[in-house]
Design a protein around this ligand. Structure first.
Ligand SMILES: [Mg+2]
Length: 421
C-alpha cells in the first residue's frame, strides 16, 4: 500500500488521536520500582494511615481492598508486606510520566497522580510513525524508564481512550480505531464507562442499557429526550465525536497553579449564594489538588460583577493544605471585604498557587494527629466521589451552589432537600 493511501486510512481511522495512560497500582508500582525484590508479593501501602491506600495485584487477589484496616490485613494475611506512603516519590514519578509522554506531544493533560491524557493528532506525520507505533513507544518508555507498568488506550476521544486503557489491566494496550468502536463497546459494561460509573449505570440499566454499545447505538434524539447533558456528552464521545478536549495543566516549573472558576446563572447579589459558588470552586480545586498529590498555601479568590469588573484578594496560609475548609476560613474573610451588596455578580474563582507534593507539607507536631484524621476523611470523600460522581459529598457552604447546579442538570436532582434559602 502506498504511503499516501496509508496516511488517508490513518486519517479516517483517527480524525483525532487521543491516548489515555493509567499507572497500574501506581503507588505500589512506584514502591516496587525501588524495591524490586518485593515484586510478585502481596504488598500494601498505607501503614501511616492505618488503612490500605493502594495494593499490589497479588494483594487484590487475596481479597484486600481499598480502605481495609492494616490491623485486619496483618491478622488475615500475615505474609503481606505493609509499607508507608511516600507521596513525594509518587509525585516525582507522576511528573516523570508527564515528561515522558511530553516527548511525543505537547498536549498532555495531567489528569491525576497516575493518569494522563495526550492528544497526538498530527504527530504521526511529524514523527513519521503510525499512531499505534507512537502509543507503543510511549508505553515502552514509561514501563522501562519508570520501572513500573502502565495501561494505555488509544482511540479518537477521551472517553473511548479511557475505556481502552481500562480494558485489560495491568500493562494493557488497546487501540480502538473508528471502524472498531462498535465491536469494542459491546464488551464494555456501562458502569465501566468514565463519568458514568456504578451509580450512574443504575438508571441506565433500568432502561436496558447494559453495555457502552447499548448507549452509543441510541439515537441523538432519544438521548436528548431522556437524559441530561453529561450523558448526552458521553453518548457523543462513545460515537467518536470529541466533546472533552485535552487540557494542559501547569503543574511544573515555577508557575505551579490550579485554577477553578465558573460563571453562574442567574447572576446574583445575594452574598450567601455568591459565596456558595466560590466555596464549590474551592472544593473542586482542592479535590483536583489531592488527585495530583499536591498542596498549596498561597491562594487568591476573586469575584466578577455582571459588567465584568474583577475584585479579588490574596491569602498566604501558615502551612500547605489540600483541605477546602482550611482555605474557606480565610477565603470568607477576603470575600466579606470585597463583596458589595449593591453590585450584581456573575463569576467566582480561586487560584491555588505554589503547589507542592503533599508530603512536603510542613506540619506542627500538635497538628499532626488532627491532619491524619482529616486525611482519612478526605480519602473517604475522594473515594465516594470517584464512585458516585463529583459533589456526592460536599461542604455545607457549597450547598446552595450545588442545589442550583443539580437543578440545572434537571434529571439528577436532590428533591428531598428542596430549595434552601
Ligand atoms: Mg491507576
Amino acid at each position: 500500500m502506498s504511503t499516501i493511501s496509508q496516511n488517508t486510512k490513518e486519517q479516517n481511522e483517527f480524525p483525532r488521536a487521543i491516548i489515555h495512560i493509567d499507572g497500574d497500582a501506581f503507588f505500589v508500582g512506584c514502591e516496587l520500582a525501588s524495591k524490586p525484590w518485593l515484586k510478585g508479593e502481596s504488598v500494601v501501602v498505607g501503614a501511616e494511615r492505618g488503612i490500605a491506600c493502594a495494593f499490589s495485584y497479588e494483594a487484590k487477589a487475596l481479597g484486600i481492598h481499598r480502605g481495609m484496616s492494616i490491623f485486619e490485613i496483618k491478622k488475615r494475611y500475615p505474609k503481606t508486606v505493609i509499607l508507608s506512603s511516600n507521596y513525594l516519590d509518587y509525585g516525582m514519578y507522576s511528573n516523570r510520566m508527564v515528561q515522558i509522554v511530553g516527548r511525543y506531544s505537547n498536549k498532555v493533560e495531567h489528569y491525576s497522580v497516575d493518569e494522563c491524557f495526550a492528544d497526538i493528532t498530527g504527530m504521526n506525520e511529524v514523527l513519521e510513525m503510525s499512531y499505534e507505533e507512537i502509543a507503543r513507544n510511549i508505553k515502552h518508555d514509561l514501563d522501562t524508564e519508570l520501572g513500573t507498568t502502565f495501561s494505555l488506550g488509544l482511540s479518537v476521544t477521551k472517553v473511548l481512550a479511557k475505556c481502552g486503557s481500562k480494558h485489560k489491566k495491568p500493562s494493557g494496550f488497546m487501540v480502538v480505531r473508528r471502524s472498531e468502536i462498535q465491536n469494542f463497546l459491546k464488551n464494555v459494561s456501562i458502569g465501566k464507562v468514565w463519568r458514568i460509573g456504578t451509580e450512574g449505570s443504575k438508571s441506565l440499566t433500568r432502561e436496558k442499557i447494559f453495555t457502552a454499545y447499548d448507549l452509543a447505538s441510541k439515537s441523538d434524539e432519544w438521548v436528548r429526550r431522556n437524559h441530561s447533558k453529561p450523558i448526552q456528552e458521553i453518548h457523543s464521545e462513545l460515537n467518536g465525536i470529541n466533546i472533552f478536549g485535552v487540557h494542559r495543566h501547569e503543574v511544573e516549573g515555577d508557575q505551579k497553579s490550579i485554577m477553578c472558576t465558573r460563571t453562574f446563572h442567574p447572576f446574583s447579589r445575594d452574598p450567601s449564594q455568591v459565596f456558595s459558588y466560590l466555596s464549590k470552586n474551592i472544593e473542586e480545586a482542592c479535590a483536583r489538588m489531592r488527585k495530583l498529590g499536591l498542596s498549596s498555601k498561597n491562594f487568591s479568590v476573586f469575584i466578577k460583577t455582571k459588567d465584568f469588573r474583577y475584585i479579588g484578594g490574596e491569602v498566604k496560609l501558615l502551612r500547605e493544605t489540600s483541605y477546602p475548609e482550611e482555605i474557606l476560613n480565610e477565603a470568607r474573610k477576603v470575600f466579606d471585604k470585597i463583596f458589595d451588596c449593591d453590585l450584581i455578580y456573575r463569576t467566582t474563582g480561586v487560584r491555588l498557587g505554589s503547589l507542592k507534593p503533599i508530603a512536603m507539607q510542613t506540619e506542627s507536631l500538635f497538628e499532626e494527629n488532627k491532619n491524619i484524621g482529616k486525611g482519612r476523611m478526605y480519602d473517604v470523600v475522594d473515594n465516594i466521589s470517584n464512585k458516585f460522581g463529583e459533589h456526592s459529598v460536599f461542604l455545607g457552604s457549597s450547598m446552595r451552589a450545588i442545589l442550583r447546579y443539580e437543578k440545572d442538570k434537571k434529571k439528577i436532582g436532590i428533591p428531598s432537600l428542596g430549595e434552601v434559602r
